[in-house]
Design a protein around this ligand. Structure first.
Ligand SMILES: *Cc1c(COP(=O)(O)O)cnc(C)c1O
Length: 468
């Protein structure tokens, strides 16, 4: 295929990138020093860089390329839609065919009574919508004091000021005046690191009951909503104990608060069902979606609200003074619709649930036999390895958090595998279309990189046990 831009040498591109491009979540000094890795093309589950390396992308980009790279159907739909109606807005009483068809399709797929979609350009924007939406909802219902949103430490809900405040990343809060008022954070259900001597089931109940205690502390008349990812993604693929979600659901049902399931990662097949809410039996009032909605081929997200909430807003809400220029963008909507058609018609989610996810579990859990791995967990097509200097104690390393994870990630890059590190956790979220033989390759490469990491960690004297 002919390239869209004339490639310069890698060094020239890196120099121009360093001179003119500010990168998200990147240390500027480091990237300018080492040079960016330049990705030029992709197909299936593989990506190519400007140096001719081919790598298995076990992160599906950023958790989003659910149907895999290189699907011509999505390009064709985008092309046709651009010619027919490249842009029109959905403000001020207007609509257009692709956004109508997409909203109807999403409502059709959604569990429970989730039925109406407010579109955004990303997950961050959708969660910003949610902050205003839940407060506007309670104000419309005559309860303007219900404003506080309870979230969790180490949650990720996006990077705008609103969604970053909902998130529980302390490193993000430290920059730029976050969190904004009226958002609080309770402990996460992270048994491996925080469960101590409790069983996972006991710990799951304890973590859930922190929500009840927080509602009591704040006063039910002041609490609008609780927001959580069914499985924390960016926090390190933290899969809650089986007792956690049923208890959270009970607490939400017994208290007058809205439950927001942030399914930006979990939705559209990631956990082995269409939605994480189905996997964990959650009945949210609002669901945040993005990423897998278009498999990353176009930027689009949304907030899906229950028919009950929608009816209340119809009756009492008046105009919601909120919207994005690109809410329900026609090209993004058409591409998302085509993506959902492919996911459904090719039974990709069914294949994940019945065949490839169980196979991944088998291969991935075998990595727990490696001397450096304290736990190997996965649910559906997402997983994590906990690196440790002492398996039996679930012990952390004495070195700075993330030192060993970073070493491992660099070995992965060098050996044709994209695995991300969160601290000393190695995480994956491959395209849902990954085949069994590609899963074999993933597991083999992961084992090899763990071996290389162990040797290097020993070499640098980093096997010392630390304290949490
Ligand atoms: C990625 C992510 C977001 C933010 O989505 P963007 O499209 O990057 O703004 C929100 N919530 C969760 C759970 C995410 O993983």
């Amino acid at each position: 295929m002919e390239h869209l831009t004339n490639f310069q040498s890698t060094a020239d591109m890196q120099a121009a990138d360093a001179a003119h491009h500010l990168h998200p979540f990147t240390d500027t000094t480091e990237i300018n020093d080492k040079g960016a890795r330049i990705i030029t093309a992709a197909n299936g589950v593989y990506i190519n860089d400007s140096e001719g390396n081919k790598m298995l992308d076990a992160m599906a980009g950023l958790w989003c390329v659910n149907i895999g790279y290189g699907r011509n159907e999505l390009a064709d739909v985008a092309h046709r839609q651009m010619l027919e109606l490249p842009y029109y807005n959905t403000f001020f009483m207007t609509s257009h065919p692709p956004v109508i068809a997409l909203a109807e399709k999403i409502a059709d797929l959604m569990p429970g009574d989730l039925n109406r979609v407010f579109f955004a350009g990303s997950g961050s924007e959708a969660n910003d919508t949610n902050i205003r939406l839940v407060r506007h909802y309670w104000a419309s219902m005559g309860k303007p004091d219900k404003r506080i949103i309870i979230s969790r430490k180490n949650a990720y809900h996006g990077s705008s000021v609103g969604s970053g405040s909902l998130g529980g990343m302390t490193g993000m809060h430290a920059q730029g005046g976050m969190p904004i008022p009226d958002i609080t954070h309770i402990d996460q259900p992270y048994w491996y690191a925080e469960g101590g001597d409790l069983s996972p089931e006991e710990f799951g109940l304890q973590a859930a009951r922190a929500l009840e205690a927080e509602i009591e502390r704040l006063g039910i008349d002041n609490v609008a909503a609780f927001i959580a990812e069914p499985v924390q993604g960016a926090g390190g693929v933290i899969i809650p104990p089986s007792t956690y979600w049923p208890e959270i659901q009970r607490i939400c049902d017994e208290n007058e608060i809205l439950l927001i399931a942030d399914e930006v990662i979990c939705a559209f097949g990631r956990t082995g069902n269409w939605f994480g809410s189905q996997t964990f039996n959650i009945r949210p009032d609002i669901m945040t979606i993005a990423k897998g909605l278009s498999s990353g081929y176009q930027p689009i997200g949304g907030s899906v609200i229950s028919e009950r909430m929608a009816k209340d807003l119809d009756a009492h809400g008046g105009e919601f003074a909120h919207g994005y220029t690109y809410s329900g963008h026609p090209v993004a909507s058409a591409v998302a619709l085509e993506n959902l058609r492919i996911l459904e018609e090719e039974k990709i989610v069914d294949t994940v649930r019945d065949e490839t996810a169980p196979y991944l579990t088998e291969k991935w859990s075998a990595l727990a036999d490696h001397p450096l791995v304290g736990e190997a967990r996965n649910i559906g097509m997402m997983g994590a390895l906990e690196l440790t200097p002492d398996k039996s104690a679930r012990a952390p390393f004495a070195s700075d958090e993330g030192t060993v994870g970073l070493i491992c990630r660099e070995f992965c890059f060098a050996n044709g595998l994209i695995m991300r590190h969160v601290g000393n956790k190695m995480i994956i979220s491959p395209p849902l279309v990954i085949s069994k033989s590609e899963i074999d390759e993933l597991a083999e490469k992961a084992w090899k990189c763990l071996d290389l990491t162990l040797a290097e960690v020993n070499n640098q004297g980093l096997m010392e046990v630390g304290t949490r």
